[in-house]
Ligand binder design. Structure first.
Ligand SMILES: *Cc1c(COP(=O)(O)O)cnc(C)c1O
Length: 396
């Protein structure tokens, strides 16, 4: 099941950790936290054909597949343009760079996210200023953002965590008032929307990841920036390919962050299915909600009215989280803790970031538990996860 994914597979714990040591009773179905093979099977023939066409074309980097995918993803997200890059992390750092964010600039971001959000800020020489979250959405609290703006602040980097939109309307108002750049981290939230407007289309740029575990995933690393800003588009196109404007004329110092045609072709097979997969995720979230309602110990994820949550993760809060997780694990159910520590207390960031205190993010890190949720998870297995979680909480 673990497919040699260096960073997240370790964190993801795709199968229960003690799988080998403690064989399950034979009447128990194992329910992995994630099952990437199921989706591959569902598109196998189309993907094989798409890959074969790339092999026959002899064009492997920056070709017709990548260009077409850019247009299709821009249309999906409701932006004018998109630029394919090598990963979601690159999407973040290159869009900061393309927006002119650099040394000494402060970038306000969420204290509760994946490390890549902070790494991207450091990668351009800027300083992250962490702000606490709203407890319901797990996302950046606009009041904290407003209070943190100072003369060095140049950008806000909201994260749409778990597939729930950050509060983009108040955040954009703050940005407009203080003339700040807004780069959205949409790595977990492609298709999420506020009033029908999709994330990535609010700020100056939206950053997507197509890492194999994300809602739209490649067979390897891949990412994209969506934007309505022609200047950012132009810069990104230069930066991702050594600043080359053609014929070895290097306008700026760039890097190599390109998307290959095989990944683009696979993503083009999957993109038309994404809306259906989002519906399937939402349906499973409904099953969880119905089966877990009215249990005071279990706090369910909140879907703010007027927003569309895409449930990259179905993240509940429970008391004695580690004991609950162990109970599920022993019943053969894989879960994940996104994330066990807030960004400012990650060992790599200690002493490097500025910001205040983060009581809500700290509470979240201590209580969150993400349950299995993917389009291919059967209704019966979704029910079973809920049932075992109810039992686990009762047994506390
Ligand atoms: C996955 C992820 C990223 C990084 O994307 P990669 O494609 O793995 O580089 C950034 N931010 C968040 C919130 C993510 O979940």
């Amino acid at each position: 099941m673990v497919q040699g994914q260096p960073s997240e597979s370790k964190q993801l714990n795709l199968l229960p950790a003690d799988e080998q040591s403690e064989p399950l009773r034979s009447d128990m179905t194992k329910i992995p936290f994630l099952d990437l093979k199921a989706q591959v099977q569902s598109i196998r023939t189309e993907a094989d054909e798409a890959i074969a066409r790339v092999l026959d074309s002899g064009q492997f980097i920056l070709g017709v597949q990548g260009e077409t995918l850019e247009r299709e993803v821009a249309a999906f997200c409701g932006t004018k343009y998109a630029v394919a890059v090598a990963s979601g992390t690159d999407a973040l750092s290159l869009s900061l760079r393309a927006s002119g964010i650099g040394r000494g600039d402060k970038v306000i971001t969420s204290a509760f996210s994946f490390i890549a959000t902070a790494e991207a800020i450091f990668s351009v020489g800027a300083i992250p200023v962490f702000v606490d979250i709203e407890p319901e959405s797990f996302n950046l609290d606009p009041k904290g953002v407003e209070a943190s703006v100072d003369a060095s602040t140049q950008a806000i980097l909201p994260v749409h965590l778990f597939g729930a939109s950050a509060a983009m309307e108040p955040l954009m108002q703050i940005a407009e008032k203080h003339k700040l750049i807004v780069i959205e981290d949409c790595a977990q939230a492609i298709g999420a929307a506020i009033g029908g407007k999709r994330v990535g289309s609010f700020g100056h740029a939206g950053c997507l990841s197509f890492y194999p575990t994300k809602n739209l995933s490649a067979f390897g690393d891949a990412g994209m920036v969506v934007t309505n800003d022609a200047k950012i588009l132009k810069k990104l196109r230069l930066i991702r390919q050594h600043g080359d404007s053609g014929g070895y004329q290097h306008q700026v110092l760039g890097t190599n962050s390109r998307l290959d045609e095989i990944q683009a072709a696979v993503l083009r097979v999957k993109l038309p299915k994404l809306d259906g997969w989002i519906q399937a995720r939402r349906k499973r979230a409904d099953i969880y909600r119905e089966a877990l309602k009215g249990i005071p110990e279990i706090q369910l994820p909140v879907e703010n009215s007027g927003t569309t949550h895409v449930y990259h993760a179905f993240t509940v809060r429970v008391p004695k989280r580690d004991a609950v997780r162990k109970h599920l694990n022993e019943a053969g159910i894989g879960t994940q803790v996104y994330y066990p520590a807030i960004l400012p207390s990650q060992p790599a960031l200690r002493g490097l970031a500025s910001g205040g205190s983060f009581p809500e993010a700290t509470l979240a890190a201590a209580s969150v538990l993400s349950l299995p949720l993917y389009p291919e998870l059967s209704d019966g297995n979704t029910q079973r996860v809920a049932q075992v979680l109810r039992e686990a909480v009762k047994a506390l």
